[in-house]
Design a protein around this ligand. Structure first.
Ligand SMILES: CC(C)(COP(=O)(O)OP(=O)(O)OC[C@H]1O[C@@H](n2cnc3c(N)ncnc32)[C@H](O)[C@@H]1OP(=O)(O)O)[C@@H](O)C(=O)NCCC(=O)NCCS
Length: 312
C-alpha cells in the first residue's frame, strides 16, 4: 500500500471529490441494504456535472481550513469538509473510498477538520451520519461527538398532500431578495438555533432549485421554509412550537405545487408534530440517519434540517 498524503482541496479536485463521495455513500447503502430504497443512491442522482460545484466552491472560499483530501498514489482516497458559523462547527462530509477504508485515513482527516475554527471558540460540533454505520458513529463518538437524534428521510406522493392548514391567520410570502429577508432570517435562526447561518441562507438564495418562503401571522414573522423543485422541504425554522405544525403543512402544500412526484423531508424522531404531519401525508421512511453533536443541540422542536449532510 502506497503512502497516504494529506492536502487542502483544490478546484480541480471537485469532479473526483464528488465521484468519491458517491461511491463511498453507495458502498454503505449496499452493505446495509438501503441501496434500492434510499433516494440518495447515485443511481437516483443527476450525472456529475463537469463544471460548476457551487457547494464545494463555497467550501473553498469560506471554509478552506476544513476542506481536505487524502491522496494515495496520485488519486483521491478520502475527503472531508467542515463548515464553521460562529461557535458552531459542522462536519458536512467525511468519506473514504471503499478500497481505502480501515487504514486510519478517516481519523486523520477528522483530526485535520477539527482544527478548523474562525477565531471564535467552538462550543458545539455537529454532523449527520448513517444510522446504521457503526464505523462512522464510533469514530465521531471517540472525538466527543455523540448520538442525539434519529433522522428519518421520508417521502410521499405529492398528490396525497393535504392542502388544509388549521390556522387561517398564517400567511406565506415567497422571498426573492435575500437582502430584504436577511434580518428576519437571522432573527428566526437566533431564536430557534442560537447559531448564525447567514452564509448558508446566502448560498440557498443563489441556488435556482430552492425557494424561500417567509411565514407570518399578522405582521409578525413566525418562520421560514425552503421548498425545492424536487419536492423536498427544509431547512425550516419557526420561532415557536405553536406555529410549527401549520408552517410545516403549508411548506408541504408549497412543495407539492412544485410539480415533482414526491415531497420529502428529514423527520427528527423527537419532534412529534413533524412525525404526525409526515404520517398524515402518507409519507414513508426510505432511509435513516443519526444526528450527532458534542453538546445537546437546540432545538429540533422548531427546526427541520436539510440537506442532512450539509445542514444548510
Ligand atoms: C466512516 C469512514 C469515514 C471512516 O474512515 P476510515 O478511514 O475507514 O476509518 P479509520 O481507519 O480511520 O478508523 C476506523 C475505526 O473504526 C473502528 N471500527 C470499525 N468497525 C467498528 C465497529 N463495528 N464498532 C466500533 N468501531 C469500529 C476501527 O477499529 C477503527 O478504529 P481503530 O483504528 O482505533 O481500530 C469511512 O469508513 C467511510 O467513508 N465510510 C463510508 C461513508 C461514511 O460512513 N462516511 C461518514 C458519513 S458522515
Amino acid at each position: 500500500m502506497s503512502d497516504v498524503s494529506y492536502r487542502k482541496a483544490k478546484v480541480e479536485d471537485f469532479p473526483e471529490i464528488l465521484a468519491l463521495i458517491r461511491s463511498s455513500f453507495d458502498g454503505v447503502l449496499r452493505e446495509h441494504g438501503f441501496f434500492d430504497t434510499s433516494p440518495f443512491a447515485s443511481s437516483k442522482l443527476p450525472a456529475i456535472p463537469q463544471q460548476g460545484f457551487p457547494w464545494f466552491e463555497m467550501g473553498l472560499k469560506e471554509d478552506n481550513e476544513g476542506f481536505w483530501v487524502a491522496e494515495v498514489g496520485g488519486e483521491i482516497a478520502g475527503i472531508t469538509l467542515s463548515w464553521v458559523r460562529g461557535s458552531l462547527w459542522y462536519l458536512a462530509h467525511l468519506f473514504v473510498s471503499p478500497a481505502h477504508q480501515g487504514l486510519n485515513i478517516g481519523q486523520n482527516l477528522m483530526e485535520r477538520a477539527m482544527k478548523h475554527h474562525k477565531g471564535h471558540a467552538i462550543t458545539n460540533r455537529a454532523l449527520v451520519t448513517f444510522a446504521y454505520n457503526p464505523v462512522s458513529i464510533s469514530l465521531y463518538a471517540r472525538h466527543g461527538i455523540y448520538p442525539r437524534e434519529p433522522l428519518y428521510w421520508m417521502e410521499g406522493p405529492s398528490q396525497q398532500v393535504k392542502a388544509e392548514v388549521s390556522s387561517t391567520k398564517l400567511r406565506d410570502e415567497k422571498i426573492e431578495d435575500f437582502e430584504k429577508a436577511r434580518g428576519i432570517l437571522n432573527r428566526i435562526d437566533e431564536l430557534t438555533l442560537g447559531y448564525p447561518r447567514e452564509k448558508n441562507h446566502e448560498f440557498l438564495f443563489r441556488t435556482p432549485s430552492a425557494r424561500c418562503y417567509l411565514f407570518s401571522t399578522g405582521k409578525e414573522p413566525v418562520g421560514y421554509a425552503y421548498v425545492w423543485q424536487s419536492g423536498r422541504v427544509g431547512p425550516l425554522a419557526t420561532v415557536s412550537h405553536e406555529t410549527f405544525r401549520d408552517v410545516l403543512r403549508s411548506a408541504f402544500r408549497l412543495a407539492a405545487a412544485e410539480g415533482a412526484a414526491n415531497v420529502g423531508i428529514a423527520a427528527t424522531g423527537s419532534n412529534e408534530q413533524l412525525m404526525q404531519v409526515a404520517l398524515e401525508q402518507r409519507m414513508r421512511i426510505l432511509d435513516t440517519y443519526l444526528f450527532m453533536s458534542s453538546k445537546p443541540f437546540p432545538n429540533f422542536a422548531n427546526y427541520v434540517l436539510y440537506p442532512t449532510g450539509a445542514m444548510l
